[in-house]
Design a protein around this ligand. Sequence first.
Ligand code: CP
Ligand code: NVA
Length: 305
Amino acid sequence: MPNHLLSLKEFSKEELVWFLERAQVLKKEKKAGAIHCQLAGKTIGLVFEKPSTRTRVSFEAAMYGLGGQVIFLSARDTQLARSEPLKDMARVMSRYVDGMVVRTFGQEVVNELARYSTVPVINALTDQHHPCQVLSDVMTVIEKKGPVENLKIAWVGDGNNMANSWIQAAGRLGFELILACPKGYEPDGIILKEAQAEAVRPITLLRDPAEAVAAADVINVDVWASMGQEQETDARIKAFGGFQVNEALLEKAPADAIILHCLPAHRGEEISDAALESSQCVAFDQAENKMHMHKAILEKLIGGN
Ligand code: CP
Ligand code: NVA
C-alpha cells in the first residue's frame, strides 16, 4: 500500500477494494455501538486552503472516532500564506503529527508535501482530484446497487476534479463510466487516456446528457463552478445549459437509477431542487459514508493496520 493517498492511480484494485470493504465493516461496527481506539496516541494535521464542511468534519469525526487527535490549520493562518516553502512545511509538520490531510489548489502542492514529508499525506481535494470523496461514493454505490463492476455510471456536467477521480476509479475497479461534458469542459485528457488503456469496461466521453443517462444505474452530478472558479460562474452557467439533472433528464433514465451529488449543491444550476430531494437521490448517505471511508483510510495509512 502506498504511504500517501494523492490520487487513486497509485492504488491497485485490491487496495481500493480493501478500503471499500473495511469502510463497510467500520460502519457496521459503529452502528452496533462499538468503541474504536486503533489510533489512540496518534495525531493528524488538517491543512485546508479551501472551505469545507463535509470533508473537514468527516475526517475529524473519523480520527476522533478511532481514538486519535486532530489539529486543524486554515492555510491562510499558517506561514504558507507568507510563502514558507512547502518542503519546509512538510518536514516541520512531520515532526509534530502522524499524518497530514490537505485541501488545496494544485495537485503539485500535495505531491511536493508528500515528497518531503516523512508521514502520510492524504489529498482532501485538489483542482485535479478528490480521491477520498470518490472512494466513499463508490462505497455508497455498492451499498445501493451491488457489485460496482456490473454497473453503468453516468457523469453529467463538468470534467472536474471529481470526474477525474471517477475516471481513475472506473479504470482500476472495472465499471462502465459514461461522461457527458460540454465542449471545453472535458476531464483531463491524460487521465482519461490512461484509464481507458487499463479499463476492462468502456469509459466514454459524450456531449449529450440524455445519452449518458439512458441506461445508467447511477447518475453523478457536481457543481458547474468549482472552488477557485467563482469568477467563471456566469460563463459556466451559459456553457452548461441543458446539463441540469432535473425531472426532464430523469425521464430519459431508468426509474431506479440513483443520483449522487458530493455536495454542496447549487439548486437550480446543476441539479433541480426536486431531483435533489427525490427518493432517487442518495447525497446524504454519500455524505455519511465519507466518515466511514475516512476511518478506513486513516486506519490503514496512519495506523499502518
Ligand atoms: N463533498 C465535499 O468535499 O464537501 P466539502 O467541500 O463540504 O468538504
Ligand atoms: N468540484 C467541487 C467539489 C466540491 C466538493 C469543487 O472542487 O469545488
